[in-house]
Write a protein that binds this ligand. Structure first.
Ligand code: SF4
Length: 414
């Protein structure tokens, strides 16, 4: 398993982003807005905010395996062990007076001037931001988006468009500037290009062997999440895409001797990303695609129609949809990436991004004739993840898929 050489450019891109955030917070070079990961980032950038994403902050703690240190501090405030462990690790770190961005001179997450959420993904983000709003006395604004949507309708888009437009005046007041149309269009162009290039990077994994896995994607998606609306993100994805295309041309796989291919639905287990990546590689199995990484490959962003196209993109997100469109989406992914099976991560503290609890794995197996595995775990709380159990379950699943493949080829050679 060789690391992508673009990782150096990724580190430089993320480093520059965190430095600019620290400059904004410490040297007041720009007002600071916090935004949920699928919130209205383009609008915030166009207004000149430095944008901090608490979910990214929490994911860094998850990946560094420091999150569990902070969880009890938030639990002690009455925030349940059963709710989002991103929320509880982030608030816990604040209460501990610590931040993984300490290397950038930030003792805590950069102090916000405004907090902007979007409930398209879950209610937890609102509760999360409202905690900080009370704690810091900072305005909390939000989009109250419908959830469990079947087909996105024009009236859904109207409702979110009106809410987006209503954010402008209070945000202008905090930013101390008027929204400039040219800046909004530029932010939209950057986001559209980022989404397209990121989507193209992910689609290279339809090749055999796949040049990147879900585990690589979970790391390389950083700029697509935190740099929406900035030209730094497309610049990075041009570099990554060129490397991936070269890998495809040279038939270089992310997993040596790739044999089986899987799709991953649900959140990553940040504290076990590398361990799982190594384990799957050991089984010559490439997890080639995921709902999670695909979620930032927004389609339809249009600089000529910023409000409605953003509203549509935020409504069309997988996480905001009902079971039927989610199942249709997974069916398309299974076909496009030509996978042998699907892993559903049942993320203990995120019911919003766990598609295991209302029968979907069984329906996918029945509908597509493809095996599925439900893997218990969590995005940040490692008490919910057992290495032994995960290995046993994954090993058994790989054996099942290998046997199924052998039986198919035996039938084919008769
Ligand atoms: S979608 Fe899940 S992991 Fe993300 S913020 Fe909401 S509850 Fe937390």
């Amino acid at each position: 398993m060789s690391e992508l050489t673009s990782t150096t450019a990724l580190r430089a891109t993320m480093d520059a982003y965190y430095r600019s955030l620290a400059d904004a917070a410490l040297r007041k070079t720009a007002p600071v807005a916090w935004c949920t990961s699928v919130g209205p980032a383009e609008l915030l950038r166009a207004l000149g905010f430095a944008v901090h994403f608490p979910e990214n902050h929490a994911a860094i703690m998850g990946a560094a395996r420091t999150a569990n240190r902070y969880l009890p501090l938030a639990h002690a405030q009455g925030y349940s062990q059963d709710i989002c462990s991103y929320l509880t690790s982030d608030i816990g770190a604040y209460l501990a007076g610590e931040s993984p961005l300490e290397a950038y001179g930030l003792e805590r997450a950069p102090a916000p001037d405004v907090l902007v959420f979007n409930t398209n993904q879950c209610r937890d983000v609102r509760d999360w931001f409202e905690w900080y709003g009370r704690e810091l006395g900072v305005p909390v604004l939000g989009l109250h988006s419908p959830r469990a949507i079947d087909d996105v309708t024009e009236s859904d888009i109207d409702a979110v468009t009106m809410q987006l437009e209503a954010l402008v005046a209070p945000l202008e007041q905090v930013a101390g500037t008027r929204l400039d149309d040219a800046r909004l269009r530029a932010a939209m162009r950057a986001s559209r290009d980022t989404a397209g290039l990121w989507g193209a990077c992910l689609e290279t994994a339809s090749a055999r062997p796949a040049p990147l896995t879900f585990f690589d994607g979970s790391v390389h998606m950083g700029p697509a999440v935190v740099l929406r609306g900035s030209d730094d993100a497309p610049a990075y994805y041009r570099t990554l895409l060129a490397e991936l295309e070269q890998r495809v041309e040279n038939r270089v796989g992310a997993v040596p001797a790739e044999t089986l291919r899987l799709y991953w639905d649900g959140m990553p287990v940040w504290g076990r990303l590398r361990a799982l990546s190594t384990m799957f590689a050991e089984f010559r199995t490439a997890v080639v695609a995921s709902t999670y990484c695909n979620s930032w490959a927004f389609s339809g962003l249009d600089p000529a129609e910023p409000w409605r196209s953003v509203a549509r993109a935020l409504l069309e997100l997988f996480i905001a949809r009902s079971e039927a469109p989610k199942e249709r989406y997974i069916a398309r992914m299974v076909e496009f990436y030509d996978v042998d099976g699907v892993i559903f991560h049942d993320c203990r503290t995120c019911s919003n991004n766990s598609n295991t609890r209302y029968g979907m794995p069984g329906r996918i197996t029945e509908r597509l004739g493809i095996p599925t595995l439900v893997l218990d775990g969590d995005v940040n709380d490692l008490r919910c993840f057992s290495d032994e159990q995960a290995r046993t379950n994954i090993e058994g699943f790989v054996e099942q898929l290998t046997d199924a493949r052998a039986a198919t080829s035996a039938r084919g050679s008769r």
